[in-house]
Design a protein. Structure first.
Length: 334
């Protein structure tokens, strides 16, 4: 593998995200997918999604992965960099291709078809760690997708979690994808999450991995991480941190256009607020607001809501927060 020719010098990132990104194709015209002839090519990947959200939230981010020496790889590195993300750590694999996936858009869900077997990112391994510069990095963000890609990717994630971290905070989004774990031991997700400092998970995927989606029960099964965030879909999210009582924050009501990418948006909003030293409720609400902005678009990375709107909603009392509905036209009080 060789260094990406698109990399450029810049200020070190505060958050470093490591994981696969792929060329993403979505329908550019209405109709069933087998009849759609025009598709829009964009970028998709859990870790790069988080990285792309952060600059708009005032947080410097970097993304590390491997791409093929092909048009898709060049395009996604260029577009992720255009979001303000440091891509100097990306490597180009001369033999493996960039992965891609196709999704059908819809508010009720988006069937996704992946074409990533043998991708460049699946060839990443623990040797990558020695090439990384952690100077200035405050958060390392990983997900449970990477260790499912290959044995070498699992070894990479283990090496990252086992390295001395000092003041570095390791964030781990479980991101359980059942299809990726077919024939693989998914119990390693519990092992990896237990080594992180901050864990984000949906209650549904926690049920599959740990046998429970209940925050208190999950906390007992995950005593190691300092912070645990359990997302409950459209209901909201619960933060369990230290010895404090679990804190639940309801999600905003949103006229959903397309749901994919909302979890990555929540992670970015939550991490950005955490780096600012925000209080627990603000951190959860910032996560919800960033997720809401993505739910209002077909893109995996939506445009953040206006900061004035975000500030007002973050400070709202419980009744005011609960009365808000977000639509394509803006904020509506009900």
């Amino acid at each position: 593998m060789t260094s990406s020719p698109t990399a450029s010098p810049g200020i070190p990132p505060e958050v470093l995200c490591i994981g696969e990104s792929m060329a993403l194709f979505v329908p550019a015209e209405p109709g069933p997918p087998d009849e759609v002839r025009t598709w829009l090519r964009t970028v998709g990947g859990a870790e790069s999604n988080v990285a792309c959200h952060l600059p708009a939230l005032g947080v410097r981010s970097g993304w590390v992965s491997a791409v093929g020496d092909d048009p898709f790889g060049r395009a996604l590195v260029r577009e992720i960099a255009a979001a303000g993300v440091d891509v100097r750590g990306v490597v180009v694999d001369p033999t493996r291709p960039t992965g891609l996936y196709v999704k059908e858009s819809g508010a009720g869900g988006s069937p996704v078809r992946y074409y990533r077997t043998g991708s460049a990112a699946s060839g990443m391994g623990p040797e990558l760690v020695s090439t990384l510069d952690f100077s200035g990095v405050r958060v390392l963000h990983l997900s449970g997708i990477t260790p499912a890609l290959s044995d070498s990717c699992l070894a990479l994630v283990r090496a990252l979690l086992d390295r001395p971290r000092g003041d570095l905070l390791v964030s781990f989004d479980v991101n359980h994808r059942p299809a990726l774990w077919t024939g693989r031991d998914q119990s390693v997700l519990a092992e990896l999450a237990g080594k992180a400092d901050l864990v984000l998970t949906g209650d549904d995927e926690a049920e599959r991995v740990w046998g429970t989606g209940d925050p208190a029960e999950l906390r007992a099964l995950l005593p190691g991480p300092r912070t645990l965030v359990v997302k409950h879909g459209e209901r909201g999210a619960t933060l369990v941190e230290g010895a404090a009582e679990p804190l639940f924050s309801p999600a905003l009501r949103v006229d959903v256009v397309e749901p994919v990418g909302a979890g990555d948006a929540f992670a970015a909003g939550f991490l950005a607020a955490t780096l600012r030293g925000a209080d627990p409720l603000t951190r959860l609400r910032r996560g919800h607001l960033q997720a809401a902005a993505t739910l209002l678009t077909q893109d995996d990375v939506g445009v953040p809501l206006a900061e004035a709107v975000v500030t007002e909603l973050v400070r709202a009392d419980a009744d005011s927060w609960g009365s808000v509905r977000l639509t394509g036209e803006g904020v509506v009080a009900t």
